[in-house]
Design a protein around this ligand. Structure first.
Ligand code: PRP
Ligand code: URA
Ligand code: MG
Length: 212
């Protein structure tokens, strides 16, 4: 529970590369996936193991396997798709629940336009992925709808989070854990994170950069 800034040297280095104003779409995408894989490693370190005896090359051998924990990855469209493969690299059998949220650039209010969730949410850990946690509106709205659909254990992975957004999410949902590559300084007057990454959706999809 709470917010965890994962200050691993490889994450710090890769995030530094992502902040360059001249970064290409290709590099931004690749780095987003790589950092997500590193965040996933950290966010799953408390998963429980169960001993299991298998047939090894020299006879029976006791190994360990992850138990019971069924997972659904929840990318928040659009930008969250840029992190999906990074989680799937480590958990290739996880089911995917897609949620579409769009933020009104004037009011900064998030609204849901798609909700395609897998079943048995009460038996799965939900891992939400979205590169940017700014005001927190998109994240809160996603957590609200997941809980309504039965989720009881929720973790959120973000590349960059604003302190204001973290505070808002944890005030609304104190039982949720947030793993982020960086807690940045603040939001600007347009709700963009500083120093941030700019518009992550535009950078991942190669669409027009907004004047932010
Ligand atoms: O914390 P918030 O203030 O809600 O802002 C963060 C949200 O804004 C961005 O999405 P956007 O609405 O730009 O949609 P996109 O991913 O389709 O670009 C980003 O990917 C988050 O979902
Ligand atoms: O800094 C921000 C805030 C919202 N959405 C983004 O893509 N970037
Ligand atoms: Mg966007």
């Amino acid at each position: 529970m709470g917010a965890h800034e994962v200050r691993h040297p490889l994450i710090r280095h890769k995030l530094g590369l992502m902040r360059r104003s001249d970064i290409s779409t290709k590099n931004f995408r690749e780095l987003a996936q790589e950092i997500t894989t590193l965040l996933t490693y950290e966010a799953t370190k408390d998963f429980t193991l169960e001993p299991q005896t298998i047939e090894g090359w020299a006879g029976p051998v006791e190994v360990e396997s992850v138990t019971g924990k069924k997972v659904t990855i929840v990318p928040i469209l659009r930008a969250g798709l840029g992190m999906l493969e990074g989680v799937l690299d480590l958990m290739p059998v996880a089911r995917v629940s897609v949620v579409g949220q769009v933020r009104d650039e004037d009011t900064l209010e998030a609204s849901t336009y798609l909700e395609k969730l897998v079943g048995e949410l009460d038996q799965r850990m939900a891992m939400i992925v979205d590169p940017m946690l700014a005001t927190g509106g998109s994240m809160i709205s996603t957590i609200d709808l997941l809980k309504k659909a039965g989720s009881t254990e929720i973790r959120a992975l973000t590349l960059v989070a604003a302190p204001e957004g973290i505070e808002r999410v944890l005030a609304a949902h104190p039982d949720v854990s947030i793993y982020t590559a960086s807690i940045d300084d603040r939001l600007n007057e347009k709700g963009y994170i500083l120093p941030g990454l700019g518009d992550a959706g535009d950078k991942i999809f190669g669409t027009k950069q907004k004047d932010n």
